[in-house]
Design a protein around this ligand. Structure first.
Ligand SMILES: Cc1cc2nc3c(=O)[nH]c(=O)nc-3n(C[C@H](O)[C@H](O)[C@H](O)COP(=O)(O)O)c2cc1C
Length: 362
């Protein structure tokens, strides 16, 4: 019977009073995260190399979220310039994401501290204790990625101020475990620092479910990559709008002797050529033409510059179109403020329905 499938409390539009009450509930749920970030909403724009520069970062912060510059391979002077340019476009807080294996990590940290950046995200492996200490002594907060519960505990002991747990659904470099499982393993046990969830988030009601499990907020990458303010090439944005969740696949490794860094990206000709390239390199290694080291380097070099090729040059067939499974929920190119407003609205509507169900149950 239809009424059993969709009860009236699930279909009628929320009243203004219901919305306001739900907004207050949402604010309470992500209060810890919003206070930590210094923003109205505990929504982080996940740093994305080539994409998370002044335009996208300032748009996210101006819309009430927390934008994060992706330093990637930038030199210290270039990072200083990007921070200054971002600050010229927003007076709201934003952060900087540094990759821990960058050879000039210490100098990059100094650039951030001198520029008064309040939050530094350390990505790409367990961050060095010295970098954490320097950032904290310099007055900024450290956010780090925790790909497992043991590492989450270790990072908290090392002094990080907040964690991001990122599931394998995410775009870009990924770990092996889904957010559904990571959240269950970590959220009930880490209460002394805010924990932000990432990976596969496309809607506000999904974010809400993690806030109810104890998350302090959510980090979104894919949803923002195709935003109107993103500098990505039109082809890149079109590929996002067209793609379904199943198109965002992980890189294939042919031989365990030659490890491939797990990356999630849209399947394309480049991905297929990568498999053929590995087969050819392995054949040359087996034939004695290449040493093991040469073969490994050859495989690693295949994707050099590939993200830039896709994002900036618009070569979505041979470049690396990094995207999370949430790409299926990118329906059009929207301004960042609209994306954030939609996310909040979806969480609010879900909370209203929850309240109505409770009221109906007495
Ligand atoms: C195109 C792209 C590039 C990314 N580059 C980085 C990066 O440079 N550093 C980083 O820490 N995370 C990077 N990420 C991960 C995002 O910051 C974020 O955690 C992730 O996108 C969240 O999952 P979602 O894509 O399902 O929203 C990237 C993601 C994408 C889609």
């Amino acid at each position: 019977m239809m009424s059993e499938v969709l009860a009236p409390e699930q279909t009628e539009a929320p009243t203004e009073a219901e919305r306001q009450r739900a907004r207050r509930a949402l604010d309470r749920l992500w209060q810890k995260g919003a206070e930590f970030l210094g923003t109205p909403y505990a929504i982080l724009g996940g740093a994305m190399s080539w994409l998370s520069e002044r335009h996208l970062v300032s748009a996210i912060s101006n819309a009430g979220g927390f934008g994060v510059i992706a330093c990637g391979a930038m030199e210290p002077a270039r990072l200083a310039e990007e921070i200054a340019a971002t600050r010229a476009m927003t007076d709201r807080p934003f952060g900087v994401n540094l990759i821990t294996m960058h050879p000039q990590l210490d100098e990059l940290v100094e650039v951030c501290l001198q520029a008064g950046v309040g939050h530094i995200v350390l990505a790409g492996g367990i961050p060095p204790g010295a970098a954490i200490k320097r950032i904290k002594d310099g007055g900024a907060k450290v956010i780090a990625f925790a790909p497992a519960f043991v590492l989450a505990k270790r990072l908290v002991r090392m002094g990080v101020d907040a964690l991001v747990i990122e599931g394998a659904e995410a775009g870009g470099h990924i770990g092996p475990v889904s957010l559904t499982v990571l959240a269950q393993e970590i959220l009930p046990h880490i209460q002394n620092v805010p924990v932000f969830v990432a990976g596969g988030l496309g809607r506000g009601d999904a974010l809400l479910s993690y806030l109810e499990q104890g998350a302090a907020g959510g980090q979104f990458g894919t949803r923002f990559a195709a935003a109107a303010e993103s500098i990505a090439h039109e082809n890149f944005k079109k590929a996002f709008v067209r793609a379904a969740a199943r198109d965002a696949v992980t890189s294939v490794q042919l031989d365990e002797r030659f490890p491939v860094i797990p990356v999630r990206a849209l399947s394309n000709a480049g991905g297929r050529e990568f498999v053929a390239h590995q087969a050819e390199v392995i054949r040359r290694f087996q034939g004695g033409e290449l040493t093991r080291e040469e073969a490994q380097l050859d495989i690693e070099h295949f994707w050099a510059g590939a993200l830039r090729r896709a994002v900036i040059d618009g070569d979505v067939e041979r470049g690396s179109v990094m995207a999370g499974q949430s790409v299926g929920m990118v329906g059009s190119v929207q301004p960042v403020a609209q994306i954030i407003a939609d996310l909040i609205d979806q969480a609010v509507v879900a909370l209203v329905r929850q309240q109505r169900r409770m009221d109906a149950d007495g």
